[in-house]
Design a protein around this ligand. Sequence first.
Ligand code: C5P
Length: 232
Amino acid sequence: MGKDVIIACDFPSAEQTLAFLDRFPGKKPFVKIGMELFYGEGPAIVRQIKARGHRIFLDLKLHDIPNTVKKAMAVLSGLDVDVCNLHAAGGAEMMRAALEGLTRTDGTRPLLIAVTQLTSTNQETLERELLIREPIAEVVMSYAENAKRAGLDGVVCSPLEAGKVHQRCGEDFLTVTPGVRFADGDRGDQKRVMTPAQAREIGSDYIVVGRPITAAADPVAAYERCCKEFIG
Ligand code: C5P
């Protein structure tokens, strides 16, 4: 898998999502479907987008007991998505069960990546609420190593962490990074951001870009600019 730009399709309805994708005639961007769209429209929206020829990252962040995650992953695998994810906080046994569930009878499976710590969690939350005393950067790296040992393909992380994850877990271990903004763009609620060019420099494998593309006056031009800066 080479470098690519994944568009976060954070729309509330199938209608809005498909109308958005209709603006890309002849192009099939890699798309991310998150909880909002999936819970609103169900598996049908995944099938529809897949039938149009897009690759799909289904961002549902599973976290439950191993048996439940294994069975849920088997269902998601049947939807023929390209990438699924879960929370590394669920532990190694859960991650291994997820891989088993995802693996189809012919041995193929979607890529599986782990969320380490959400970027909405900070050091204070970690210490006061989760009772984790280690520095958050160390927790992220340690969870990434757990995911690697469990056999996963990579992690979702801040682009600021991508270089270090590669150092610790190897160049082949995928880093999928949101929090990307154009140098001249609006940051919105993202605090720690990087431009597509910086994300490329630091070694992100995939960037997940939402509003800089979805809310642009010309989404196709914004997508192309992103690809040019990130992939070259
Ligand atoms: O619109 P924006 O580019 O900020 O969208 C980023 C996407 O990546 C959203 O779908 C958001 O939920 C997701 N994401 C994130 N930060 C994380 C994990 C996921 O922004 N740590």
